[in-house]
Design a protein around this ligand. Sequence first.
Ligand SMILES: [Zn+2]
Length: 249
Amino acid sequence: MNEMVLGLVLKQSEYRENDALLTVLTEEYGKLTFVARGVKKMTSKSSIACMPYVISEFCFDYLEDKSMFTIKNASLKVSNRHIQEDLEKMNIASVLCELVDKSLPSGVDDEINHSLYELLSFCLEKLNIEKQHQLVLSLFLAQMCIHLGVPPVVDECVLCGSTKVHRISIEEGGFVCSECLNECENINNFQMDLKRFRLINKANIEHYELLKGYGPWTFTDCQTMIEFLRVHSGLDSASWQFLKKLVEE
Ligand SMILES: [Zn+2]
């Protein structure tokens, strides 16, 4: 039976000569692997619909005990085409998609699929049309901490509860006061502005426009958030290492 599903292409990997494997996030079926036949041929009609970071409608036969399907037809819905035209945008999109891919097992259908689909399509849309890349990435990372159940403590000192907060301790899991600071062994030397750290971790995607007013958001902000996510969820991003080299140059 032909199923039609809207899916966001997280990545495209090498497969057979003219074919590719697509990792696609859908709301209905979670994360799926599609075989896209002939997509690497110059004459392929569906190659654009199978590119990373696009949203397309895929037609395939769904079988409950399978996690890999052959695409019968793919039609492009949202191209996010400016991402492919800008190296920085492309690298950020790659971080977003890599982290979503790594945080989801294949084919699980539950609430997290819906919320990650919503989060990722929102962030890619903003990344595509706007210039505040660092805000998009910081907000995405803060939302990932929430989805994975490891949000930082941003209302008080994580160790004693004092509201006179002084620094961010990634290791301890949020704000620390000046007294507890002495007990912290590893304080990272890149420090995000405390107010921005609190705001981004309190916000959700509806607050995007509001957050613009608290910038400029920086790659140090992104680094603080990605480090927090890595320490507390174990999720690491190879794409972030590329991005870091790119922006440091
Ligand atoms: Zn304290």
